[in-house]
Design a protein around this ligand. Structure first.
Ligand code: BTN
Length: 262
């Protein structure tokens, strides 16, 4: 059966609207989509600029049986991979994923993903997986501070795309990944991630909230989707809420070597 979609003109945040549905007792997996958001939220509580032309969409995931947090921790990467795949399908623009779950084209951020979960004792009862994808957005319509590190499908191709077609492509790519997570299988997802993750096997800097810096090779992801850094002396594991990933080389693009919240 098709996942229902609720399209709205203007909301505060589609993640918040999806949670309001869940809090009101609604238990069906559903996409909540808005043409604009007045209070779009990014990772780490940052603001997410949401002008007309973007796909601002949140998928409510209501689990029939509680989902172990380990599986839930892969949802963001699953939605980012699905978004990258959808982008390629509809536009033929090559998209990569920057850990943990940014979708990047040519060193600029095209989309971001924010997953929130609600649950008890290591089990998720529901999640809201939100994606912000610059489809027909003009970079000039984004805040000046973002213009040098963001891109859109319109800027990349000079074409406009149907938001509904893009959402359908995202859903088509997301569903098999989501189903495998529901079965507790995240290894296929990790394998797919290896193909699409930027900087994998390359020298990187991992920067902590307090400015601490670790140098090493981005060796892969562990069972919880945490970044594994091979320092040469040891393997260190980093959760996505603790650190930023940066390139070693200062000549890399502004987005990849700089911060990545919007
Ligand atoms: C990031 O910081 O990269 C994540 C951005 C996620 C933005 C999307 S837009 C749709 C959904 N609603 C929100 O308020 N945030 C997410």
């Amino acid at each position: 059966m098709e996942t229902p979609q609720i399209w709205l003109k203007a909301v505060d945040s589609t993640n918040t609207v999806a949670w309001r549905l869940w809090e009101a007792g609604y238990r069906r997996d559903t996409w909540v989509v808005a043409l604009t958001q007045s209070a779009g939220v990014g990772r780490r509580g940052s603001k997410w600029a949401s002008p007309l032309g973007g796909l601002w969409a949140s998928r409510l995931l209501s689990f029939a049986r509680p989902l172990p947090m380990r599986s839930a921790s892969w949802l963001g990467l699953a939605l980012a991979l699905a978004t990258a795949r959808a982008v390629e399908e509809v536009s033929r623009v090559t998209a990569r994923v920057k850990w943990p779950n940014d979708v990047v084209v040519g060193g600029r951020k095209l989309a971001g993903v924010l997953v929130e979960t609600r649950g008890v004792e290591g089990q998720a009862l529901a999640a809201v997986a939100g994606v912000g994808l610059n489809v027909n957005v003009r970079i000039a319509d984004l805040p000046p501070a973002l213009r040098h590190k963001a891109t859109s499908l319109y800027e990349e191709t000079g074409e406009r795309f149907s938001l509904r077609a893009v959402l359908l492509a995202v859903e088509r790519a997301f569903l098999p990944l989501y189903r495998s997570l529901l079965r507790g299988e995240y290894i296929p997802l990790a394998a797919q991630a290896r193909q699409r993750l930027l900087l994998i096997d390359e020298p990187v800097l991992v920067v902590g909230e307090d400015g601490a810096v670790w140098r090493g090779r981005f060796a892969g992801l562990d069972d919880d989707g945490r970044l594994v850094l091979d320092t040469g002396a040891e393997l260190l594991h980093f959760g996505s809420d603790q650190v930023h990933l940066r390139t070693e080389s200062a000549s890399s693009s502004a987005y990849l070597s700089g911060g990545f919240s919007r």
